[in-house]
Design a protein around this ligand. Structure first.
Ligand SMILES: [Mn+2]
Length: 417
């Protein structure tokens, strides 16, 4: 992303603050895996959204003095030739400036002194941190640790949560995010088509995964946006399946739930196909239900619809289709075949951090998944059809429509038509 995108994101964040507030965001730190080995560093997504910087131990600090005056600095690891010989180059001041457009670049050892000085001088009343825990018993990250330090040392400073404001901003995608997503969709398509073309009975799930990863790497995407779900046959009945050790037997469906990430924007696409390239009668019946439901959703989605209704509408419509084929005759029973909803937002995260769904209306610039999953254990068929829906001014656009979706397109790509 260009630096202006990050500058604009930060400006919106600063606009939300009261004067006398200091906002602090952290990129995070690598986590130790075992011995002296670390997991690859993965920068906090909101930090990257605000700065473009994905280097560990970076800090953004912005003190709002008055309505229009903000003192902003990005704190980075200092140059260290010996360390860099082992672990690679650190960002220089100029590089960090070019990426983020931050007003000042400083080194992290100056951060605590700065913070203490500002609090002691009485120029800040509030400290805003991004508190974001998925589970209560999660280890404290930098924001929680800093909050504990402030509470013990400066109990008169009010601590507030920046997370709701960040979520609000991340809900509506800017045009450069949508453009990056289009590129990511194109690459995801290449990966899925590679799997479809290679597909045959007897193929192992890891071989499908290898096809996908190879196609992505050929387009410069070395790590997908999230761990790929690729399964065959009965393994399709595990919603988040990551073993890759199963093998497709003739007549099995292949399920995949995958997505490339390009310029930080993630896609999340699912397709299902018969491993032998030809839908059988029962697969055809079920696939048609999901396909019609998905198409219906793309026909009706537009601005102003409560997010809580999106999943519900898909569920009701798909129930009617399942009823037509004689599989389900009471709406209360549709949960036997539909195990999940799928209208989650997608962006910097695959399950994107956005404003709470309970009060949200669809609006232009939102991107969320339309995910129709059908799991029919008695027929041994499970798959999902998941696309990425961009809400536009007048309706919506299926960003992942370029990946074959209809049975005709899939069979043609697989060479069976
Ligand atoms: Mn998905």
């Amino acid at each position: 992303m260009i630096k202006e995108f990050h500058m604009e994101n930060r400006q919106s964040l600063y606009n939300s603050l009261e004067p006398g507030s200091l906002a602090i965001l952290f990129s995070g730190q690598s986590k130790r895996k075992t011995g002296d080995e670390y997991y690859p560093f993965f920068a906090d997504r909101s930090f990257v959204y605000m700065t473009g910087i994905d280097q560990e131990q970076s800090i953004l600090a912005a003190l709002k003095y008055g309505a229009d005056s903000v003192e902003e600095a990005l704190y980075l690891l200092p140059p260290n030739l010996l360390e860099e010989r082992w672990t690679g180059r650190r960002l220089t001041e100029n590089q960090a400036q070019d990426i983020s457009g931050a007003a000042q670049i400083k080194y992290i050892q100056e951060f605590t002194t700065y913070l203490d000085k500002k609090i002691q001088s009485g120029s800040l009343e509030r400290l805003y941190l991004d508190f974001d825990k998925l589970k209560e018993d999660e280890p404290d990250n930098e924001a929680y640790k800093l909050a504990a330090y402030i509470k013990s040392r400066y109990p008169f400073v009010t601590i507030k949560n920046l997370n709701p404001q960040i979520r609000k901003q991340r809900t509506i995608k800017k045009s450069c995010e949508i453009e990056a997503m289009r590129t990511a969709e194109q690459i995801t398509k290449e990966g899925i088509i590679a799997m479809m073309k290679a597909s045959k009975p007897g193929m192992y799930e890891y071989q499908y995964k290898a096809e996908f990863d190879y196609a992505l790497a050929q387009h410069g995407v070395l790590v997908p946006g999230f761990p790929s779900i690729i399964s065959a046959g009965d393994n399709n009945f595990c919603i988040h399946y990551y073993s890759y050790k199963g093998r497709a037997s003739d007549g099995d469906m292949i399920l995949n739930d995958v997505g490339a990430c390009y310029d930080n924007m993630i896609t999340d696409v699912s397709r299902g196909w018969p491993c032998n390239g030809k839908f059988n009668e029962k697969q055809r019946l079920l696939y048609q239900c999901a396909y019609e439901t998905s198409n219906y959703m793309f026909d009706i989605l537009k601005p102003g619809i409560p997010m809580t209704e999106v999943d519900l509408t898909a569920r009701k419509y798909n129930y009617e289709r399942l009823k037509e084929i004689g599989l389900c005759d009471k709406y209360e029973d549709v949960g036997k075949y539909m195990w999940h909803g799928g209208a989650h937002h997608v962006g910097y995260d695959v399950h994107d951090l956005v404003a709470p769904a309970d009060t949200m209306l669809t609006a232009p610039g939102m991107v969320f998944c339309v995910d129709i999953g059908i799991y029919c254990e008695e027929w041994g068929i499970g798959f999902r059809l998941e696309d990425n829906c961009l809400i536009t001014e007048t309706g919506c656009e299926n960003l992942s429509a370029l990946t074959p979706r209809s049975m005709e397109e899939i069979e043609a790509i697989m060479g069976k038509r």
